[in-house]
Design a protein around this ligand. Sequence first.
Ligand SMILES: [Zn+2]
Length: 113
Amino acid sequence: MHELSLAWDVIEMISHEAEERRLKAIYEIRIEIGLISGVEADTFSSVLDMIRGKTILEQARIDIIRTPGKGRCSTCNLEFLMQDLFTLCPRCGSIPSSILSGKEFRVLSLQAD
Ligand SMILES: [Zn+2]
């Protein structure tokens, strides 16, 4: 379950940032998780809840933004929603030439004191 190590990474990264910016408390963080990033947002969120006691994120509100997967068709240029990395163009059945969104995993912002 790599969500667990990602959750630790996020806590570590934010602790580091809090130290650098001399923040005392974090009220809210927003994390963007793309739906085809390979990170299961619900799993990530419950794992983070499990381990964040006694860390800088103990009191924080965690806001998870789920970004839909979107690709552009390599043949007809149609932009289409992707349920997973193997979704083909609904118009012509080709593979996407590029993934436009949905692979994100990042901390977007944090509110702190
Ligand atoms: Zn197409």
